[in-house]
Design a protein around this ligand. Sequence first.
Ligand code: ATP
Ligand code: MG
Length: 647
Amino acid sequence: MTDPIFPPSAEVAANAHADAKKYDEMYAASVNDPEAFWAEHGKRLDWMTPYTKVKNTTFEYPDVSIKWYEDGELNVCVNCVDRHLETRGDQVAIIWESDEPGGDEKITYKKLHQEVSKLANVYKSLGVKKGDRVVLYMPMIPEAAYAMLACARIGAIHSIVFGGFSPDALASRIADSEAALVVTADEGPRGGRAVGLKKNVDAALDICGDVTTLVVARTGGGPGNKEGRDHDYATLMADASPDCPAEKMNAEDPLFVLYTSGSTGKPKGVVHTSGGYLVSASMTHQYTFDYHDGDVYWCTADVGWITGHSYIVYGPLANGATTLMFEGTPTYPDASRFWQVCEKHKVNQFYTAPTAIRSLMALGDVPVNKCDLSALKVLGTVGEPINPEAWNWYHNVVGKGKVPIVDTWWQTETGAHMMTPLPGAIATKPGSATKPFFGVQPVVLDPTTGKEITTQEAEGVLAIKDSWPSQMRTVYGDHERFVNTYFAAYKGYYFTEDGCRRDKDGYYWITGRVDDVLNVSGHRMGTAEIESALVAHPNVAEAAVVGYPHAVKGQGIYCYVTLNVGVEPSDDLRVELRNWVRKQIGPVASPDLIQWAPGLPKTRSGKIMRRILRKVAEDDFGSLGDTSTLAEPEVVDDLIANRMNRG
Ligand code: ATP
Ligand code: MG
């Protein structure tokens, strides 16, 4: 069977930053002589002190050390804001679209500079110094971007905690980082409801002890400010000077700490630094989305995730782009909202997650077709493997069969895209993240021997052979955990924790987490493939597959299936789905148990938490592990009550 393949159109290729030939040339240069390649591309930033050293990295266990541009000095805020003032001061930097349709705001680079400089002075007036940690617990409002950039301006390290997290999760992160300041808002409107951010901050500070706060009045609601501890944003901004010289930072000074999603365990505090991070974030933003001056670019992620850091704020603004920030949800007030926003602001590049695509696909084509999406030039996806079914819908219905899709594989740890097609250069295959970005050297390792599989076609553990500029430098406060998590299992490589397959064309397919690989009667299988087969059935909206101990086969295949709205579960349908998967993949993939799941446990960023599903499938739900990043904990109770494997 050959996979369908979609070559770039000649028209896209002709105008793109890279066509096939240029990609090949640049990729070869980037791996043959990384020093020279990154010396050249480091120049995309403005440096206060130019670097003379480019790469100083070793993956040698246990002496792992990663430094890029180590004697260079720069300021990230200057690169994202100040340097654009002369050429594009009046250009819109941020388009903000509010939760309620109709509300929006356009912030020029000039205005951005003013707001960020004032806020940086407010930080200073509150005692924040270079190297201090600032926790941001914000809704999706322009002030969130100001708050990040103001940290960068004075050399403070931000740690964003997603606004959906509980007071407990927030408290542990404030305490963990010994934050000097917490920036928040009274409330955050989302999908027509107000999230009580300040209320949660109050509750968190009850747990971890008082910290100075700065509170943006977004709705005028919430519990009010506590004398001496909480400060009103507007009041302090009104008196702040718009003149704040930027701190000169070393390339290796930390820019931010960010916790991973927690899909596989306790979240890790990932540390990113200033120079290398911004080189990769801006370069990938330009090439992956084929961003050109004047384009309107929209990434729907929350700033609380790495995607929001690299691809709403730092990458786009470093490139002088117009970046859209959306406060709301895909389906409020109705299922057309994403597409209405695309139409309204004539969005050229649109970047979202498979979970959003699947949920919108389940609502049909009508909400999409109501809107004029003719400005779209690139569609992107990130966060999980995208099922070919969802890819095809995105391609045909949203992209009208013409708009290239970039399936970007990367991680909080990698800071920027690692594998992705480039719109004018790389033919796409639905479900494949295709080829590595410049400088990225993926390898497929044999999980048992740890040796590189050198044949073109390969399946195993995905690892990376050499460093890239935006690689994480350490786990905050726990360097040993960094070294042991990523460099101990396979010596000499960065271990991604993901499994993958490389096909005959050298394309990479992420098969899921290594922990999730099934071994059924001696056959190793990724869960992604079985899930994709299930989702391809017309009655299935979403599916998650895990293994459970099976007396005969070693592991059995346990499927959680969410049906489309209006479809009744039945034993006949179970039989039909089992046969369907057998036909699509083969008898070895035949599901043993199928549980109807009204909802699946997901992280707040929309990823399915398979480790919880595995526990339920194993009939061992007493120890679910860290569930603090679950979006809807109630979902789990239903799954336990209706579990299929009762010991
Ligand atoms: P934790 O590390 O705490 O378990 P997490 O891995 O979900 O959480 P993130 O850094 O947000 O935290 O997610 C990165 C992971 O998401 C990747 O390792 C991969 O498993 C998955 N992923 C991201 N993009 C893609 C993609 N395009 N295709 C397939 N998988 C993807
Ligand atoms: Mg991870």
